[in-house]
Design a protein around this ligand. Structure first.
Ligand code: PEP
Ligand code: MN
Length: 263
């Protein structure tokens, strides 16, 4: 079902006013974690002004350490919904359990399956059953075929609205948090009709690499980007070092626009 051989036309996934896989570059942005109503609203307004179409924000955080901030859960989802109502931006949130899916369907426009859950087949099926668009991140050490099989689990539930997200894979390199597999974009384009976006924030883990990686993603034909932003990255509860400030994000969007227009 994810294979281009049996479905040659590209799939366009509609999320709010954004058409992912359509003619326009779709930019998703927001904090790694929803921390407070103020933090989220400030971010939503800033990214909208810069030209993003979708607000991201984690309410259930799959942290490496069990002692790190785990997210506001349903309260965070509620803030996401309020931010959508205020700004008109569509909202996407990661789900890490069936309970999170059951809560999220009441508040968000798109579900995100994180890298750590890419092969949680039970979760993929449950996300598929909701019928909501699903943003499927590539697993930390997943091959492209494993990733497309994960997408297959969602589509097999009768939900064709899957967007793939390349967010870097684990290699021997330690200069960056992960290694962005930029070749995944043209490989996916040759094998599948599904849209693919790139997350330069988790791929690099380093703020100063986000712009060059974003430009490269657009140049190889990505349908969109997911970029972490925060009103004050130095006090972020998660992923501060890779989060852009609002002026940095605005500058990035300004530089991406003419490049995207050439594609
Ligand atoms: C995230 O988007 O905040 C996240 C946890 O990403 P990943 O699953 O790619 O690590
Ligand atoms: Mn993050």
């Amino acid at each position: 079902l994810a294979n281009k051989k049996f479905h040659p036309e590209p799939t366009v996934v509609k999320v709010g006013n954004a058409n992912i896989g359509g003619d326009e570059l779709v930019i998703m942005s927001g904090p790694c974690a929803v921390e407070s109503r103020e933090q989220l609203f400030e971010t939503a307004r800033a990214i909208k002004k810069a030209g993003a179409q979708i607000l991201r924000g984690g309410a259930y955080k799959p942290r490496t350490s069990p002692y790190a901030f785990q997210g506001l859960e349903e309260e965070g989802l509620q803030f996401m919904k309020e931010a959508r109502e205020e700004t008109g931006l569509a909202v996407v949130c990661e789900v890490t359990s069936l309970a999170a899916i059951e809560a999220a369907v009441k508040y968000v426009d798109m579900l995100q399956i994180g890298a750590r859950n890419m092969q949680n087949f039970y979760l993929l099926k449950e996300a598929g059953k909701t019928g909501l668009p699903v943003l499927l991140k590539r697993g930390l050490s997943a091959t492209i075929d494993e990733w497309l099989n994960a997408a297959e689990y969602i589509i097999a539930e009768g939900n064709p609205n899957v967007v793939l997200c390349e967010r870097g894979i684990r290699t021997f390199e330690t200069a960056t948090r992960n290694t962005l597999d930029i070749s995944a974009v043209p490989v996916i384009k040759s094998k599948s009709h599904l849209p693919i976006i790139v997350d330069p924030s988790h791929a690099s883990g380093v703020r100063s690499y986000v712009k060059p990686l974003s430009m490269s993603a657009v140049a190889v034909g990505a349908d969109g980007l997911m970029v972490e932003t925060h009103p004050n990255p130095s006090i972020a509860l998660s992923d501060g070092p890779q989060s852009l400030t609002f002026p940095q994000f605005e500058e990035l969007c300004g530089e991406l626009r003419p490049l995207a227009a050439l594609m």
